[in-house]
Write a protein that binds this ligand. Structure first.
Ligand SMILES: Cc1cc2nc3c(=O)[nH]c(=O)nc-3n(C[C@H](O)[C@H](O)[C@H](O)COP(=O)(O)OP(=O)(O)OC[C@H]3O[C@@H](n4cnc5c(N)ncnc54)[C@H](O)[C@@H]3O)c2cc1C
Length: 382
């Protein structure tokens, strides 16, 4: 099966990057997965170790501490984490860096990006609230200007990397009277020792147990007015629209890597497992269904590669990014579910890789814009 490893952009340097990341993930992350799952978050030093090996901000210019690569480097990181079944959401951390890179002042870039590249500051994006997820116009968290500061009040729900987050890209209303996206701004919040800021316990999810998802609370939190992202208030809605492509495409990368892994793991299983005197693969139903899964995963890979190429060329429009996230994650879940079926009862056992893929992949259809919201977006282009 073609993977990005054989894609036209692949160079010796990229191959070397992949083998470094693969070896790192195998030795530093994989052995700790069960403990991470039990505690519901990665070890804090996972981030600094990832920074030291060059896994973070791989596609951010070197002058800001990044790896100086392209989104292909990001795909390598996401693929290698997925391949190993490690649900560390470094792509959200990296997406925060891209908000800063695109809209931040020079001082903001120099202040935050090098520390993010080293994993000293873990990034999170906080949009969703208890009463508003799909409908961001409904958020209630406000930032009121008070001299040289903003005073922030409200709470955020389901925030990935929330437990370790040192830098939150926070979606707030700066003008509660305004309607539409102009009411919304992005303010960067450095959380360490910040009075009024509190993180709830990692939420009990049905999957992605090794990755922290938390509620964040802001009680009259004061941050410097210079932490606003962009030249003026009211730009947040547009900034989110532009930068969501990055997150959606990264989820597409994880989806395709999961689908390919599911097919590989299942192919091995059905060759070994026997029933009625045959290996499972000897049944025509097994062969045909797995052939369909392999074909779909291949189509997904080709579509993804095309989107990655367009993204790197600065030509991936919002609608196509929405198509990629919606279609690739739907495809992933179809394949993983079918592959689980071939494992019989063992597929339902929590420590089997296919069961973890099944529970972990489900949220791909929900976050970063649910697939229904994305279909609405795509439909608006008809
Ligand atoms: C594990 C996890 C991690 C997450 N990480 C983050 C994070 O890091 N940052 C962050 O900000 N958020 C995060 N989220 C939140 C996520 O983005 C939201 O859950 C998602 O956007 C849906 O919002 P909601 O849960 O409020 O559902 P709702 O908006 O209440 O939607 C419920 C259902 O209604 C459907 N629906 C809503 N409106 C429409 C419509 N107009 N047409 C058709 N159907 C519609 C939705 O598709 C969905 O199926 C995370 C969620 C989870 C579970």
């Amino acid at each position: 099966m073609i993977s990005l490893a054989e894609a036209p952009r692949t160079t010796d340097a990229l191959r070397a990057f992949r083998s470094t990341i693969r070896a790192f993930v195998q030795t530093e992350f994989e052995p700790h997965q069960d403990r991470w799952r039990e505690q519901r978050f990665p070890d804090p030093d996972a981030w600094t170790k990832a920074g030291a090996v060059g896994m973070l901000l791989s596609d951010v210019p070197a002058e800001y501490g990044g790896g100086g690569g392209t989104f292909v480097h990001e795909t390598v990181v996401v693929e290698e984490l997925t391949r190993a079944g490690v649900p560390l959401h470094s792509f959200i951390h990296d997406n925060v860096a891209h908000y800063i890179l695109a809209y931040g002042s020079e001082a903001q870039k120099r202040n935050w990006l090098p520390r993010m590249a080293r994993g000293e500051l873990v990034g999170a994006i906080a949009m969703s609230e208890p009463t508003a997820g799909s409908d961001l116009q409904g958020i209630r968290t406000t930032a009121r200007r008070d001299g040289d500061h903003y005073v922030i009040s409200g709470s955020k729900m389901f925030i990935t990397n929330g437990w370790h987050a040192g830098l939150v890209c926070l979606v707030v209303k700066t003008d509660p009277k305004a309607t539409g996206p102009k009411a919304i701004s992005l303010i960067m919040v450095e959380t360490r020792d910040l009075p009024g800021y509190r993180v709830g316990r990692p939420l009990e999810k049905v999957g992605m147990h090794a990755q922290d998802t938390c509620e964040l609370f802001f009680d009259n939190v004061r941050v410097p007015a210079s932490n606003l992202l962009g030249p003026a208030e009211g730009r947040g809605g547009f900034q989110i629209m532009e930068k969501m492509n990055y997150e959606r495409l990264a989820i597409g990368v994880a989806a395709v890597a999961t689908a390919e892994r599911a097919v590989a793991v299942t192919t091995k299983y059905v060759k070994e497992r026997r029933a009625f005197g045959n290996a499972l693969i000897d049944f025509q139903n097994t062969r045909f269904k797995l052939a369909e899964c392999k074909t779909e995963a291949h189509i997904a890979r080709v579509f993804l590669n095309d989107c990655v190429e367009r993204f790197i060329a600065g030509q991936l429009d919002t609608f196509t990014a929405a198509m990629a996230k919606y279609w690739l994650t739907d495809c992933e879940c179809r394949i993983v579910d079918q592959c689980l079926q071939f494992h019989g009862g063992y597929g339902f056992m929590a420590d089997y890789p296919i069961a973890r893929m099944w529970t972990d992949s489900r949220v791909h259809r929900i976050y970063a814009g649910s697939n229904e919201i994305l279909k609405e977006m795509i439909a608006s282009s008809l």
